[in-house]
Write a protein that binds this ligand. Structure first.
Ligand code: FES
Ligand SMILES: [Fe+2]
Length: 432
């Protein structure tokens, strides 16, 4: 198993970035030019269809948290676009995911966002399933043909696994186990002890733009001086940011801070005693630096002293996106969430409005003849890597040539074993 990047090494790499910038140099000498991304990646229905077939139906996606289904029979209808899926805790206490599709004529079993049912009855013609998905009763069963067999007509199950209390689903029956998919992410997150957290609030935003435009906006810190001058901008030293390009498209950003944790809280206005959230486990690096992981394909998870956010980006159409922000904090036990969440959520609202302000303008730009390509710098390399990773999972050969992101970052992946296993590097070596 790979070992997570050591803290000492990360600190040294951040310092090296700062030293190079202070010496007046930009990107490292051997860093490749990042080709402009084709605007069609953000506008084309064909590209969206490829993503649907090869990405969304193949990868592990966040579905919720175990605290949302505490008792047998508790269910949650998922809000994953075009995926008719619900999760339910069975009588045997196992959490499963099923297609929300009655095996008679396809009516839904579950219509509320969440609820409780010991039996799931389709109200159309009253076929009834138990919480383990088995079809247990069919009205006027004798009217069906002689071969009719209830035992073969249970609800189709969707892969469902749990990581630190977070529930993930995967529509691909052949998908690798969640832990294998997370790989290095799972190793690095051990220090964060996710199972001590639970969601305190969810905020959603819908925008007229492609989902990748919204996600790109959260994958770099080049923008912080421009659009966050009074919120998160002052404390970030963006020239020192280190971007860890990890296997399976996951990434990690670590960025030096200009402020102590106390200064940071006071500046953000949620630091009075009664307004402090209890600290969450975050490890040494996150305590002293800005840390944000991208769990491929669509989760970005920044962490601060009292909270961890899961930002998720869901395509509703080629030019329509929903952004969900799930705010996680230390499990507070019984009763209402701590009052200190109020100021933090207010602060986040301001930051989100700052981050989202240009996206619908950018969507108009990418369809404009005035826009020649989406240009990215060294500081924005994590965006480019997300696009490369997307093409890998779709299969480069499936993508029209004019829509591809050329693969140029293979040598900049963080782990030697990862680089060694990279087919682009292997192919290049074979050609040399
Ligand atoms: S569609 Fe469900 S019982 Fe007919
Ligand atoms: Fe931002």
């Amino acid at each position: 198993m790979d070992q997570p990047e050591s803290i000492a090494n990360l600190k040294a790499r951040m310092q090296a970035e700062i030293d190079r910038a202070d010496a007046g140099h930009g990107a490292p000498e051997n860093f490749p030019a990042l080709p402009p991304l084709p605007p069609g990646r953000y506008t084309s229905q064909a590209f969206l269809d490829l993503e649907r077939e090869h990405l969304w139906q193949k990868v592990w996606l966040y579905a919720g948290h175990v605290s949302q289904v505490p008792k047998p029979g508790d269910y949650v209808l998922l809000d994953i676009p075009e995926a008719a899926i619900f999760i339910i805790r069975g009588k045997d206490d196992k959490i499963r995911a099923f297609y929300n599709v009655c095996q008679h004529r396809g009516a839904p079993l579950v219509r509320e966002p969440e609820g409780h049912a010991s039996l799931l009855r389709c109200t159309y013609h009253q076929w009834t399933y138990n919480s383990e998905g088995k079809l247990v009763s069919v009205m006027y069963e004798d009217d069906f043909d002689a071969d009719f067999d209830k035992s073969c007509l249970g609800l189709p199950e969707v892969k469902c696994e749990i990581w630190g209390g977070l529930i993930f689903v995967n529509e691909d029956p052949d998908a690798e186990p969640l832990q294998d998919w997370l790989g290095m992410i799972a190793d690095e997150f051990q220090q964060f002890e996710l199972d001590q957290l639970r969601p305190a609030a969810i905020r959603s935003y819908e925008l007229d733009c492609n989902w990748k435009l919204t996600m790109d906006a959260f994958l770099e810190v080049y923008h912080v001086k421009g659009i966050h001058p009074e919120t998160v901008g002052p404390s970030l030293n963006e020239r020192g940011a280190v971007m860890g390009l990890l296997p399976n498209g996951h990434t990690r950003m670590t960025c030096p801070t200009n402020a102590s944790p106390e200064e940071e809280k006071i500046r953000r206005g949620y630091a009075t005693d009664e307004n402090s959230l209890p600290p969450i486990p975050q490890g040494e690096i996150a305590l002293n630096y800005h840390v944000s992981h991208n769990i491929f394909p669509n989760i970005i998870t920044p962490v601060s002293e009292g909270a961890r956010q899961l930002l998720m980006f869901w395509p509703l159409a080629k030019d329509r996106t929903r952004v969900d922000v799930v705010h996680y904090g230390l499990d507070w036990g019984e009763g209402e969430r701590p009052a200190a969440w109020g100021p933090l959520l207010d602060f986040w609202e301001v930051v989100m409005q700052e981050d989202l302000q240009f996206l619908e303008w950018q969507q108009k730009a990418v369809v404009s003849p005035g826009f020649k390509g989406y240009r990215l710098s060294y500081m924005e390399r994590r965006i480019y890597y997300a696009h490369e990773s997307l093409d890998r999972i779709i299969g480069v050969e499936n993508i029209p040539e004019e829509l591809r992101a050329e693969h140029v970052l293979a040598d900049w992946q963080e782990y030697p074993e990862h680089r060694a296993a990279d087919p682009y590097i292997a192919n290049r070596q074979a050609a040399e």
